[in-house]
Design a protein. Structure first.
Length: 74
């Protein structure tokens, strides 16, 4: 990854395309060089971070649901 300090952009060698389905979210790597604004770099290289952080917050708000799911799995 190369940094272009003058423009505040980063050169990345590809990005993830995100596909939502009723049962899952699919992340497919698409190779190819492009310039990305530095503030968007995490979103381009790790698009699942925001969804994971939201899932963690929800899990902490409702720990009883996690316990119920674990008990059903036994």
């Amino acid at each position: 990854m190369l940094t272009t300090k003058e423009t505040g952009k980063e050169h990345v060698e590809g990005h993830y395309e995100v596909t939502e389905t009723p049962w899952a979210t699919d992340y497919a790597w698409v190779p190819g060089g492009e310039e990305v604004e530095r503030w968007r770099l995490g979103e381009v290289l790790r698009p699942w971070h925001a969804a994971f952080a939201e899932w963690q917050k929800e899990e902490h708000r409702h720990p009883e649901e996690q316990a119920r799911m674990e008990m059903e799995g036994l």
